[in-house]
Design a protein around this ligand. Structure first.
Ligand code: UDX
Length: 443
């Protein structure tokens, strides 16, 4: 099949590459000429395991190309995917400016029947708006469909090539047949539904996963007070098939480009039809508050943070990505610098991106985890990068001014901590809090 993918952000680029891998001819479009040149030179602007190799191979095989010429891409394709960004407006609503602009471009360049598919996460009703916009410009035949994307950063290629399900929302039999044919090599789980339900499935799924995280984080806070271990609680819950074991890892809350944005957007969508989505509002609030558990623990230990040197390990919102969008580390480091602390920060790959979000004279950017920890009064682990779990904790403790660790991601186990000499605080595991000389605070 001939496919155009408009927008080469995370979703667009990964989808385009994967569709070409399936044997289709794909043209990816972006209005940023520099980015197009970069992609044509075989460079990938995001860190995503496996993506570059697949991209280069399919480009070489003549199945994948990049252009800024949207008219040509529309002309050459049977199916057009809209995969442009829908960033949050200040009130949490999704900004549909880019989607609407693309719809107008499609209408302007339509010369024969096309299927226009929205992959961007868009509020319920947006595909109808896309249809209206195209119809207001063109009399050519076309159908619209919503095929939401569920990929995770860091495993985007794997998720796209092995999805749990593909949701196809459309009112056109012709579009159903074409989209089934396109996606069938990926999975048998093809869910065909109406457009509005498909749009809602994406928001509801992300909101539900965010709810699981905030739920287990609240349980972890109670575990700290009653002396239970949240990892064991989650394990015990997860064996119940109705609950499932995934997304029950307590920590410092979710970040990234999807959950924070999509939960806010769904609250707005509900509000617009006079529905107060109380549960989801709480999920968001709990998530925000959970980040500050790290700060509360530091303040309980030190009183004031002014003049203290705090090492930070991990800036990305999760491991295996250089993405720092809405990362808990942003709020935590901002608070620390405002409170007068000196921050020594390390991340294997996300430092450059992070510095665009937060940079201050009181932050020292370190090249290795040990350099960051050297001479610090406390170490906070904010992202569970694999290299952190493999550190020699005894050596680490000996380099610090005070061997205090706030492990925001439960990276270490009891044995590692016992031998290390660290005064250790993790999330929802008070039994592991191990104090050398001092009493371990339970917060
Ligand atoms: C998410 C969805 O998983 C994906 O389906 C959607 O398309 C986009 O949003 P992503 O943001 O890449 O993907 O990351 P994910 O692995 O889902 O993690 C999101 C956040 O939740 C991270 O900050 C992670 O640290 C946190 N998380 C996840 C937890 O705190 N606990 C968990 O148990 C799982």
């Amino acid at each position: 099949m001939n496919i155009a993918v408009i927008g080469t952000g995370y979703v667009g680029l990964v989808s385009g590459v994967c569709f070409s891998e399936l044997g289709n001819r794909v043209i990816c479009v972006d209005n940023n000429q520099d980015k197009v040149e970069m992609l044509n030179a075989g460079e990938v602007p995001i860190y995503e395991p496996g993506l570059q190799e697949l991209m280069v191979a399919n480009k070489r095989a003549g199945k994948l190309s990049f252009t800024s010429d949207i008219a040509e891409a529309i002309r050459e394709s049977d199916i057009i995917f809209i995969a442009v960004g829908t960033p949050s407006l200040p009130n949490g609503e999704a900004n549909l400016g880019f989607v609407e602009q693309v719809a107008i471009e499609i209408g302007t360049h339509l010369e024969s029947y096309k299927i226009v598919v929205t992959k961007s996460t868009v509020p319920v009703g947006t595909n109808d708006r896309v249809r209206e916009l195209i119809q207001s410009i063109s009399t050519q035949p076309f159908d619209v469909a919503s095929v939401p994307e569920f990929l995770r950063e860091g495993s985007a290629v794997k998720d796209t090539l092995n999805p749990d399900r593909i949701v196809i929302g459309t009112d056109s039999e012709r579009a159903i047949q074409a989209l089934k044919k396109l996606h069938r090599p990926l999975t048998e789980n093809l869910i065909v539904t109406d457009i509005r339900s498909a749009e809602m499935i994406k928001y509801a799924s992300n909101a539900f996963l965010a709810t699981k995280i905030s739920f287990i984080n609240e349980i972890s806070n109670i575990c700290e007070k009653v002396g239970a271990d949240v990892t064991r609680v989650a394990e015990g819950m997860g064996y119940d098939k109705r609950i499932g074991s995934s997304f029950l890892k307590a920590g410092i809350g979710y970040g990234g480009s999807c959950f924070p944005k999509d939960t806010q957007a769904l609250i707005q969508i509900a509000g617009q039809v006079d529905y107060d989505f109380r549960l989801l509002k709480s999920v968001v609030q709990v998530n925000q508050d959970q980040r500050f558990n790290v700060i509360r623990k530091l303040e309980e230990i030190f009183g004031t943070l002014s003049g203290r040197t705090i090492a930070i390990w991990g800036l990305a919102f999760k491991p295996d990505t250089d993405d720092v969008r809405d990362a808990p580390a942003i709020d935590i480091i901002r608070y620390l610098t405002e409170a007068g602390a000196i921050v020594k920060a390390y991340d294997p790959i996300a430092t450059t991106n992070f510095r665009r979000e937060v940079d201050a004279a009181s932050i020292v950017w370190e090249e290795t985890p040990l350099h960051a920890a050297k001479g610090a009064d406390a170490l906070c682990v904010l992202t569970e990068w694999k290299e952190f779990s493999q550190m020699n904790l005894m050596e680490l403790a000996s380099m610090m001014n005070e061997a205090i660790m706030i492990d925001g991601r439960n990276v270490y186990n009891k044995e590692q901590i016992k031998a290390s000499g660290f005064q250790y605080y993790s999330v929802g595991r008070p039994g592991l809090n191990h104090a050398e000389g001092k009493a371990a605070a339970i917060i």
